[in-house]
Design a protein around this ligand. Structure first.
Ligand code: ADP
Ligand code: MG
Length: 214
């Protein structure tokens, strides 16, 4: 089935380098995220399972000079209203009223950096309030693609965001990962394994460990 046409005015910004769209490596991705969040704004890191979205959010948090408020959606509790925000703020949230929810989150996170992982498991209130919060607060989030979020909610969220797709591991990054995950493996095998893993760190770690035992 053909993809629906994009809604006018709802095209997300994709972080880019002078060489084209997307970012070349994870350090670039981190720089793009930090740059877009020097002030209020919304950055959404996207990628398939195991691509390193959570790891990038963790690096952003470690590099942040602001206090970090980190939470996220949970697969088993995806319908729970505002759960990701309650985890980030460590407080009960008024999920039924959007302006009130925005105020409640903002009052606990002002001056800080809000990080929400696993948007694919977040409820409608969390998704709707992030663009509102991002008008006054730096907000970094991660989203698995593909996902089953509603098209409208997703379009509204991404229209307000700088989207940073997690790049595939570079050769150097892949070689380093293999050296750490399976030190006994000859470095010459790293490139072949990385190609098989599609530049995905979770897949590459599994392949490297397996190869080390065969
Ligand atoms: N650059 C990297 N180098 C080595 N291991 C990595 C790297 N990025 C991610 N990983 C590891 O790969 C696995 C998947 O990363 P994660 O951030 O959890 O992915 P995602 O959140 O996209 O599913 C984790 O075990 C993580 O520690
Ligand atoms: Mg993750």
């Amino acid at each position: 089935m053909a993809a629906p046409p994009p809604t006018p005015g709802l095209a997300p910004r994709v972080a880019s380098t002078p060489h084209g769209t997307g970012v070349a490596n994870r350090d670039d991705a981190l720089r793009a995220m930090a740059g877009a969040l020097a002030g209020p704004g919304l950055v959404v890191v996207t990628g398939p399972p195991g691509s390193g979205r959570t790891r990038l959010l963790e690096r952003l948090a470690r590099a942040s000079k602001r206090p970090v408020h980190a939470g996220g959606g949970l697969a088993m509790l995806s319908g729970q209203p505002a759960l990701a925000l309650e985890r980030a703020t460590r407080a009960r949230m008024p999920a039924g009223d959007l302006p009130l929810l925005a105020e409640a989150v903002y009052s606990r996170t002002r001056g800080g950096l809000l990080i929400i992982d696993d948007l694919q498991w977040c409820d409608a209130a969390t998704l709707a309030v992030l663009p509102v919060l991002a008008e006054r607060l730096p907000v970094a989030a991660a989203l698995r693609v593909p996902n089953r979020l509603g098209e409208d909610a997703l379009a509204r969220l991404l229209a307000a965001a700088t989207v940073v797709p997690v790049p595939e591991l570079t050769e150097t990054e892949a070689a380093q990962l293999v050296a750490e995950a399976a030190p006994a493996l000859p470095p010459t095998r790293a490139a072949a394994l990385a190609a098989r893993a599609g530049g995905n760190p979770l897949a590459l770690t599994a392949l490297a460990r397996r190869a080390a035992h065969t």
